[in-house]
Design a protein around this ligand. Structure first.
Ligand SMILES: Nc1nc2c(ncn2[C@@H]2O[C@H](COP(=O)(O)OP(=O)(O)OP(=O)(O)O)[C@@H](O)[C@H]2O)c(=O)[nH]1
Length: 235
C-alpha cells in the first residue's frame, strides 16, 4: 500500500504565535487546507484523511507521482508553516504510514523525492450504524453522536491491530482503509457487532474504492438482508 504523509513542521509554535484568541483562526485555516486538499486529491482519484489536522494522510495507490507532487506543492503554498512529506510503502496502510513518518523524521532535504513503486488495489470499508436516525430521535443529537464515537473508537483499535487506518466521516459514518488480505477479518468483526453494517469497495485508487463502498452500502439497504457486501468499482 502507498501513503503520502504530509506533516506541518513547527505547527505548535505557529499556533502559539496567534495569541489567546486563536482557536477560531486555527479551525478556519485547518478547514480551508483540508477543503483544498480534498478537492485536488479527489480530482486525481485519491482520498485525504485529515486525522489530526496538523498533517494529512493521503491514500496514494493509483495516483501518479506527478499528481502527488502537485498536491505537495499546493499544500506548501497554502500552509502557514513549513511542510515535510514522504511516500511510505507497506503491506498494510498502517505499515505504509509508519514508513512515511519515519522517512519524514530521517529526511535531510526540504524537497521530497518520490520513488516509483507499483500500485496496489485500495480497499475502503464504509461502516454505518444501523438506524442512527431513530437513535437520534430516542436519545438526542449529541447523545447519539457519543454512542457512535464510543463504538467507532473500539472499532478503530481493532482495525489498526489488523493494519488498517480509519477516519470518522460525520453522522454515523466511519471509513477504514485496509489491505485486500484483511477483508475476512473486517467481515468477522462486523458479524460480531449487531449495531453496524459495512460496505466494502475495492478499486484501483481510493476514490473508486470509496464509491464501491458507498454502492455496497446502498445495496445492503435495498434488501436489508446482509450486514456486509463487497463491490469492485472502476472509474
Ligand atoms: N459522511 C456521510 N454522512 C452520511 C452519508 N449518508 C448519511 N450520512 C449521515 O449519516 C446520518 C444517518 O444516515 P443513514 O445512515 O443513512 O441513516 P440511518 O437512520 O442509520 O439508516 P440506515 O443506515 O438505513 O440504517 C445522516 O443524517 C447523515 O448525517 C454519507 O454517505 N456520508
Amino acid at each position: 500500500m502507498k501513503i503520502l504523509l504530509i506533516e506541518f513542521i513547527g505547527y505548535k509554535e505557529w499556533t502559539e504565535s496567534l495569541g489567546y484568541d486563536r482557536e477560531w483562526k486555527i479551525q478556519d485555516i485547518q478547514s480551508s487546507i483540508y477543503k483544498i486538499v480534498n478537492d485536488e486529491i479527489s480530482r486525481v482519484g485519491g482520498f485525504a484523511l485529515p486525522v489530526r489536522y496538523d498533517g494529512l494522510i493521503i491514500l496514494a495507490d493509483g495516483i501518479p507521482n506527478k499528481h502527488l507532487l502537485e498536491i505537495y506543492t499546493k499544500v506548501k503554498e497554502i500552509s502557514p508553516t513549513k511542510i515535510s512529506a514522504c511516500i511510505g510503502f507497506g503491506k498494510t496502510p498502517r505499515e505504509a504510514e509508519i514508513n512515511a513518518h519515519n522517512c519524514i523524521l530521517n529526511s535531510l532535504s526540504d524537497e521530497p523525492k518520490f520513488s516509483i513503486i507499483h500500485d496496489e488495489n485500495v480497499v475502503a470499508c464504509h461502516f454505518d450504524y444501523n438506524n442512527f436516525t431513530s437513535l437520534t430521535h430516542e436519545l438526542s443529537f449529541y447523545a447519539a453522536y457519543m454512542r457512535v464515537m464510543r463504538l467507532y473508537s473500539k472499532l478503530s483499535d481493532s482495525i489498526y491491530d489488523f493494519g488498517g487506518i480509519s477516519q470518522y466521516l460525520g453522522g454515523d459514518n466511519m471509513i477504514a482503509f485496509i489491505d485486500e488480505d484483511t477483508i475476512d477479518k473486517i467481515i468477522k468483526i462486523v458479524e460480531n457487532m449487531d449495531e453496524i453494517k459495512v460496505g466494502i469497495g475495492i478499486g484501483k485508487n481510493a476514490r473508486s474504492a470509496m464509491a464501491g463502498a458507498t454502492r455496497a452500502l446502498d445495496e445492503i439497504r435495498s434488501k436489508r438482508e446482509d450486514r456486509w457486501k463487497i463491490v469492485k468499482f472502476s472509474m
